[in-house]
Design a protein around this ligand. Structure first.
Ligand SMILES: Cc1cc2nc3c(=O)[nH]c(=O)nc-3n(C[C@H](O)[C@H](O)[C@H](O)COP(=O)(O)O)c2cc1C
Length: 263
């Protein structure tokens, strides 16, 4: 079984390739009630998700904390080979260690896959150019084949792009990022651009956006304070009507489906 979380589609794209290569099934991490392998041993368990701030998204952390935990009436769940595939725009620091801390066990294998960057909420951060996106997407195919080969052979490996200063990034910058920047309170909608299509709400993987009458009878998105910070709403808006404070004004949007159609 491959459990995945994806905000803007990269990790889902990778998870699908991997599932095809390995003949595995896919299951979303969020919103599942009960774990499919409850009570039994699962031979092969994969986790595929994006790197956030050189760590892991909070929905993934909650999922990981429950995955192998045991309650008094249940045997601990087991996975005989447990691996993680983390997609990132650049580098991942010690995200694998954050995941292991949440799981309460070591991973048998961990891999990073370079994918188009979707983080745009700080000065200096923007989406990759179309050329860079296409190059990363081309390389992803070979990378996933390589990863699938390691998993088939049940290799104990780490194939990770940690980047420079991984310890500082993961253990100093990440907590600050989570404290101050994983929030939906800075999202603003430009009512003159918004057409109330509801796409932001539909694309939000954690059901955090309601479309409600706000100004007169105009229906506009409202964030419900359990944001995981994925930026699916920002990138999915067909009119760039959603911004994160002023930080995303004039920045690009990333649309995996549109890119795939063009290539
Ligand atoms: C909140 C947030 C934080 C991110 N932090 C990192 C990071 O620390 N390192 C990195 O290389 N990419 C980072 N990214 C980029 C994503 O990891 C990357 O684009 C990923 O493939 C997106 O996956 P998804 O489309 O499945 O959501 C971040 C993206 C977001 C939204």
């Amino acid at each position: 079984m491959i459990y995945y979380f994806s905000g803007t589609g990269n990790s889902l794209h990778v998870a699908r390739h991997l599932a095809d290569a390995l003949g595995e099934r896919l299951c979303p991490m969020q919103g599942i009630s009960g774990f499919p392998f409850e009570g039994e041993e699962e031979a092969l368990v994969g986790l595929v998700f994006p790197v956030y701030a050189w760590g892991i998204p909070n929905v993934v952390e909650s999922f990981a904390k429950h995955l192998l935990s045991h309650s008094p009436e249940r045997e601990p769940r087991k996975a005989s080979y447990l691996y993680a595939v983390m997609t990132c725009g650049d580098d991942m620091g010690y995200a694998d260690r954050i995941l292991e801390a949440a799981l309460g066990r070591k991973l048998d294998a961990a891999f990073s896959v370079l994918m188009p960057n979707v983080y745009v909420c700080l000065p200096g951060f923007d989406v990759d150019s179309k050329e860079v996106c296409k190059k990363k997407l081309r390389q992803e195919e070979t990378r996933v084949e390589e990863i699938a080969g390691c998993i088939r052979e049940r290799r104990q490996v780490r194939m990770l792009t940690r980047g420079s200063f991984p310890r500082t990034k993961t253990y100093v910058l990440r907590p600050l990022f989570n404290r101050f920047l994983v929030t939906d309170k800075y999202f603003r909608v430009d009512a003159s651009r918004c057409i109330s299509c509801g796409r932001c709400s539909k694309m939000c993987p954690v059901g955090n956006i309601l479309i409600t009458p706000l100004q007169g009878d105009r229906e506009l998105p409202q964030w419900q304070s359990h944001c995981t910070g994925c930026l699916a709403c920002y990138h999915a808006c067909p009119y760039h009507a959603i911004n994160f404070g002023s930080a995303t004004q004039g920045k690009g949007q990333y649309n995996l489906l549109a890119l795939r159609e063009q290539s």
